[in-house]
Design a protein around this ligand. Sequence first.
Ligand SMILES: CCCCCCCCCCCC(=O)SCCNC(=O)CCNC(=O)[C@H](O)C(C)(C)COP(=O)(O)OP(=O)(O)OC[C@H]1O[C@@H](n2cnc3c(N)ncnc32)[C@H](O)[C@@H]1OP(=O)(O)O
Length: 224
Amino acid sequence: MTVDAKPVAELPDPRDFGFSVVPEEEIPAELVSLVEEVRSLVDAVAHTKAGAEELTAAREAVAAASDRLKGERHGVGTMIQQSWPDGRVEYGTLTNIVAGPTNAAAPPLRMEAAPEGGLRGEAVLNGTYQGPPGLVHGGWVAALLDQALGSAASAAGMPGLTANLDVNYRNPTPLDAPLEITARVSGTERRKVFVSGEIRHDGQVTAEGTALMVRMNLPGDGGA
Ligand SMILES: CCCCCCCCCCCC(=O)SCCNC(=O)CCNC(=O)[C@H](O)C(C)(C)COP(=O)(O)OP(=O)(O)OC[C@H]1O[C@@H](n2cnc3c(N)ncnc32)[C@H](O)[C@@H]1OP(=O)(O)O
């Protein structure tokens, strides 16, 4: 179903709407490396059996590290501009909880153009994303799909916000295992963008989702 589809010729530049934008290539390699280390730290803390002395020493080391980073900060809402090998430029938020490259709480998920159309990405979620024993929390399964579906709409030139998300959990989604996430636009109607996607492990669908994204109301849309 495609009615009155209006993909934008070029994605709007968030700078034109007053947002700060950081090009991904300007993120220092040292920050990328620090974020990786903090991801390991969160996992280590969540699972540690260390004794009181080691825990106290670790807390002091972490507090000292926090103090070192209490200088100038990016504001909430800062965006990141990512350029992909396929030539696609995407804007997201720097600290997006699913895909933000500087957010140590993000897995992170990165979506690239899939040969069959739409987008494809891979992620491994460790034990800090746990719901049932050994399995990814259902809310995080939904979050992965929401992000992938939103990215698919954005990659098709129709960035927007999720108005509705439906998730079917078909099989358990394992922790510490490679997950494949796929998403694509299935139809449009005025500003409504219908998207669908799946999460797979070892080729088996663990969850599938559909969403309605409502495309950003841009100047010149005439309210369509
Ligand atoms: C740079 C970017 C990077 C983009 C990067 C991409 C990655 C981001 C991925 C993460 C996605 C998120 O987490 S987004 C965060 C979670 N979502 C939100 O916070 C959104 C909260 N909701 C809203 O702000 C609003 O309700 C909107 C924007 C969704 C829609 O408001 P609106 O703009 O005023 O549009 P509105 O006229 O109401 O609706 C337009 C059309 O959609 C229909 N519609 C609206 N809501 C629904 C609904 N729930 N179910 C069915 N249909 C609906 C209406 O009937 C209408 O159809 P018709 O009359 O045309 O037939």
